[in-house]
Design a protein around this ligand. Sequence first.
Ligand SMILES: [Zn+2]
Length: 499
Amino acid sequence: MELEFHGATDGTTGSCHVLRAGGKSVLLECGLFQGRRDDTYKRNSGFRFAPGDIDAVVLSHAHIDHSGKLPMLVRMGFEGRIHATGATVALAEPMLLDSAMIQLKDAEFLNKRRVLEKVRARREVREDRRRGKQRLSHFRSDDDAPALSVSNPPKREILPLYLEEDVRATLPRFSPHRWGEWFEIGPALRFRLHDAGHILGASWVECEARERGRTVRLCFTGDYGRPQPILRDPVPLEPADILISESTYGDRCHPPTDDTEAQLELAVERLHKRRRGKLLIPAFAVGRTQHILYSLAHILERRKIDDIPVYVDSPLAKRATEIVYRHPECFDEQALARLRRAESGKSRLKVRFTESVDDSKLLNQMPGPMIVVSASGMMESGRILHHLAWGVASPDTEIAVVGYQAHGTLGRRLVDGASEVNILGMLHAVRARITVMNGFSAHADRDGLLQALTPIAAPCKALFLVHGENDQRLPLARTLRERGFARVECPRNSATWKF
Ligand SMILES: [Zn+2]
């Protein structure tokens, strides 16, 4: 058995691990790296292995940082099947189409900025000549022009990583499976998926390979969840020779969910008292948005508030919410009860989904009070950027940060207390109130990971920690060694391990 790690090694995005076992090469996840727009483009534009050599993909869940490079994999020669649960397959279609649209818009944005920078650079040269100044750095062509913007513009034209037609070519490759059902990728290699309690359809992966007359077992956590409203609790992990675990919150504990809902309740109350302005909630369209709506329903009911409209400004979130309702097998009892109440029209939560860009822009002009839930969760793309550009400088805006904010993202800068931020190429002063609500996380925290992993320490020959920044996974590695794991590794990018 051989493992290669090609992403999510000191970071929580771009999950991509190659497993060579039982005579086959299988990709566990094929995720997009997410972060600063320019950095993202560079890090996503290719693979360090030949896509045509991969026999199959096993996908834990539909989040783009786990699935977002699948259309590139297919375009670059992958011809195998992509195995996932039925709910993941259902979510993959709108999510990958949305991702293709974002790639296109990002490329347009970066190219536009490139043109702008060229024009500014030329003007500066002309201005210098007029004043008789000698430029220290002279450049021969436009492409050598120095960057004058806050961050460097791209030197060459940027092409989208993939297009809608690449997504259309990828979708027929999906093979849906039920939790607990074995499927074979070769005569000596089989897999099954188990409920990971993270988002709809999310799984952890169990694998058995026959090699040199013995069976080697591997378990991969994907994104391992926690008991939370709506979804069932994660199924406990099985013992295995090799474990690969996420470590997003390897050194942090979440506040109790009830406390977090209380924080959101206070924010709603502040808005209700103010009678104007907006509560902006940047959220992943899949998973987090539904959880937020679920909590808002509860809060508005308890506070008897029925005059604050809730807008979900994300076409993807609308599709995802519809898909969520079609998979009651993933819900817990309490969620089913609240869902039935919402369907009967008795809930005070009246959600309005905005579909068109024009409807989305109209929200910007409206004084509020209103709650706007919009993607992306890390505030790097999507319609939330327009809401932030309009609202971040106003003290009547409150921004509820309900998800993990990776290094280098706009979300992280706001959480870190930046006094001004660049949004869509313009500088804005930050006067909005920023409230961080960590308890909405759909990831197990340190104690949750220790609880899941410690009971299976004894038979484990090697545990690999991925999907976590080093300040989270290194302390977790130390604790796991103390808890009885013989070998815990924090692999670097492109690292290869043989067993
Ligand atoms: Zn996830």
